[in-house]
Write a protein that binds this ligand. Structure first.
Ligand code: SF4
Length: 223
């Protein structure tokens, strides 16, 4: 069945700045629109934009003209658009490695097993923690049993966020299930302080600095 065109914010080729794939060249498909309003959002231009309508074939044709194998679908919140499912499958069929970054407020069922899901679990200082879908953690466990390569990211704005995230990781033993990343918000939480805390508390999580913000400071689109 044909789906509505996807509403695309931007398509670009850059260096993956986050996740365990940081540093790899990557094609980004950023979809328009988000259902959340995080306090630190660096893609707020996606919130209310209309986006350029493109069907799956248009987007895949763009990727076909680009180098590299890794494609990340992000937003905004990509799972708001029904066309994202055939897009993921078509990219997989074209032998791309596909990542999906999602804010964790929507169900993950329907995402193909071969797609690596990066769930951005919302911490209290984002103002959006009430939107975390609790069932998603159980679903990620199930996917791990099926051999999926997902990961979970906590974006930390403060020490309070750190202690909250630590408690969530320890309570659910998340680090046994999948890679866990702690990412400090620039100018809100000092990365060296966070590093010290991770060592002190012996947390098995990865400290993530946003590589693209170091490479291209002040630039939000296209990186
Ligand atoms: S979910 Fe992502 S795009 Fe949406 S408001 Fe939060 S940080 Fe911004």
């Amino acid at each position: 069945m044909a789906t509505e065109p996807l509403l695309v914010s931007e398509l670009f080729y850059s260096i993956q700045g986050e996740s365990t794939r940081a540093g790899l060249p990557c094609l980004f498909v950023r979809l328009a629109g988000c259902n959340l309003r995080c306090a630190y959002c660096d893609a707020s231009y996606t919130w209310d934009e209309t986006g350029k309508p493109m069907n799956v074939a248009d987007i895949v044709a763009w990727t076909d003209q680009q180098p590299g194998v890794l494609v990340e679908i992000t937003g905004g919140e990509p799972l708001r658009q029904a066309g994202v499912y055939p897009l993921m499958q078509t990219l997989l069929d074209a032998c791309r490695s596909v990542l999906l970054e999602t804010n964790g407020s929507l169900p993950l069922c329907g995402v193909p097993d071969a797609v690596g899901i990066i769930v951005d679990l919302k911490c209290p200082d984002s103002g959006m923690a009430g939107h975390n879908l609790a069932d998603n953690l159980a679903f990620l466990r199930e996917r791990k049993r099926r051999g999926c390569f997902d990961e979970i990211k906590f974006v930390l704005s403060s020490l309070d966020d750190y202690h909250w995230a630590r408690e969530v990781v320890e309570r659910h033993r998340l680090d046994r299930v999948l890679p866990v990343l702690f990412s400090p918000v620039r100018e809100r939480l000092d990365p060296a302080t966070l590093a010290q805390l991770l060592l002190e508390h012996r947390l098995n999580v990865r400290l993530q600095l946003q590589l693209h913000t170091l490479l291209w400071p002040g630039q939000s689109r296209g990186v």
